[in-house]
Ligand binder design. Structure first.
Ligand SMILES: [Zn+2]
Length: 465
């Protein structure tokens, strides 16, 4: 069996991945807080962990992997959005959840096996908090319940490699008079009348953010599971707090054994921000006509542990390359399995850049079945992305005029079809006119490629009926 190696944040080493139970490999990834459209940076972990999910399914079998990704549907940002818009919280969270699912589907991401909503797991969170209080790891103060970091100094901070004292010195912590240690974090907080709330042993209130992942991971994956993922902005405090809660509530388990964190995303070399005017959502790009598969390709061209720089140039190049790939292997019913070079690259800590390099080599070699199956392992050229029709395939060209480009593509395809149906007269006629007009068509094992030459004369295309 293929050995997958993963960089584990917890040990800071690349390690051979050995699942607790190869019959049920379990992964949890922190999902979105649903109050707004996903921006481009939100989509990176979705694509990264989708590739890992596909790889795990390939190695262990599709029925032997359980992937959980949550929706945070109780949060003060959601409450604020409801207050400013005058809309119901439930309406906002339902709408945003569906937006997220639609947008991520366009990026070719498979749906996880479970997508728990925080509001559906309140009793489980309350039970976990009660357990933490009973074990001396949490305390109630002024309607709040707080996790006591001093009760677990030996473990707190290990993931991010910081001691509690370092964290107090470096972090912006919310100082509150009722906290025993400034690093203590909220498990439960009181709700006033206008805020969403649930009855609890500590009065009507709502959970803090971190407890939901601990409670839902325990319910759906157990006290020990294999992989926990998310963006590296979540490492501290969110993941550190998840570990503290879970390991103290269920000391018989290890919580997550392999921790994976993706780096952040930039746009044209700069941090994406509303003030710089380079902030956009996934939907903004889709609406500009950039296919989701192109976004996915650009993401995967950079290793997940390196900062990803989104540029318009990369998107253009990716679209041209995917067009060639689609023309080559988009229309077949693929058989067989992926190439070992692609599996090996992905198994080396998700080396997606190396996998794309291997795909380029396969494309040159000309076996459309192996190529297609290998691309699908990266979530490219998959059935989920839908069929690209011939009309979508605009072969790579330096010609910028869209209408002319489509006209030439149509002719190139017509010539292909004519050859296939042995109508060689028509095929030759089209070839001659294209040549006359200065369009250079090259037949490659992957299908025709074309470009315009220096003597391009579009008027001559019109002589063809
Ligand atoms: Zn989480």
């Amino acid at each position: 069996m293929t050995t997958i190696r993963l960089h584990n944040t917890r040990t800071r080493k690349k390690e051979a991945f050995v699942p607790l139970d190869p019959e049920n490999v379990r992964m949890y990834v922190c999902g979105p807080t649903v109050y707004d459209r996903a921006h481009l940076g939100n989509a990176r972990p979705v694509v990264v962990f989708d590739v890992l999910y596909r790889l795990l399914r390939h190695v262990y079998g599709p029925d032997h992997v359980t992937y959980v990704r949550n929706f945070t549907d109780v949060d003060d940002k959601i409450n604020a959005r409801a207050a400013e818009s005058g809309r119901e919280i439930s309406e906002i969270t339902a709408e945003t959840t569906q937006w997220f699912l639609d947008d991520m589907a366009e990026l070719g991401a498979l749906e996880p096996d479970h997508m728990p909503r925080a509001t559906q797991y309140i009793p489980q969170m309350v039970a976990m908090i009660e357990g933490l209080i009973a074990k001396g790891h949490a305390y109630e103060a002024e309607g709040h319940v707080l996790f006591a970091v001093d009760s677990w100094r030996e473990g707190y901070g290990k993931l991010s490699g910081r001691s509690v004292d370092d964290m107090i010195a470096g972090a912006r912590v919310e100082v509150a008079p009722y906290k025993r240690n400034p690093m203590d974090f909220v498990l439960w907080k009181p709700s006033d009348e206008g805020q969403p709330g649930w009855d609890s042993p500590w009065g009507r209130g709502r959970p803090g953010w971190h407890i939901e992942c601990s409670a839902m991971a325990y319910e759906l994956l157990g006290e020990s599971f294999d992989i926990h993922g998310g963006g590296n902005d979540l490492m501290f405090p969110h993941h550190e707090n998840e570990i503290a809660q879970s390991c103290c509530a269920h000391p018989e388990g290890d919580f997550a054994r392999y921790w994976l964190h993706n780096e952040m995303l930039q746009v044209e070399g700069k941090k994406m921000s509303k003030s710089l005017g380079n902030f956009f959502t996934v939907r903004d790009l889709l609406d500009q006509g950039i296919p989701g598969e192109v976004i996915r390709f650009v993401f995967l061209s950079t290793h997940y542990r390196k900062p990803m720089d989104w540029t318009a140039e990369k998107a253009r190049e990716a679209e041209a390359e995917l067009s060639r790939w689609r023309a080559f292997a988009g229309g077949i019913d693929p058989m067989g399995g992926p190439a070992s070079e692609v599996v090996d690259a992905l198994s080396d800590d998700l080396n997606t850049h190396g996998a794309i390099t291997a795909l380029r080599k396969l494309y040159k070699e000309g076996d459309a079945h192996v190529f297609r199956k290998s691309a699908e392992l990266l979530g490219l050229l998959t059935p989920e992305l839908g069929e690209w029709t011939e009309d979508d395939v605009i072969l790579h060209s330096t010609l910028s005029d869209e209408v002319l480009r489509e006209r030439i593509v149509a002719l190139v395809w017509e010539r292909q079809d004519a050859k296939k149906s042995k109508n060689f007269g028509r095929a030759d006629e089209i070839r001659d006119v294209l040549k006359e007009a200065g369009v250079v068509v090259t037949d490659t094992p992957q299908g025709p490629e074309w470009d315009v030459g220096p003597d391009f004369d579009p008027a001559k295309l019109e002589s063809l009926k």
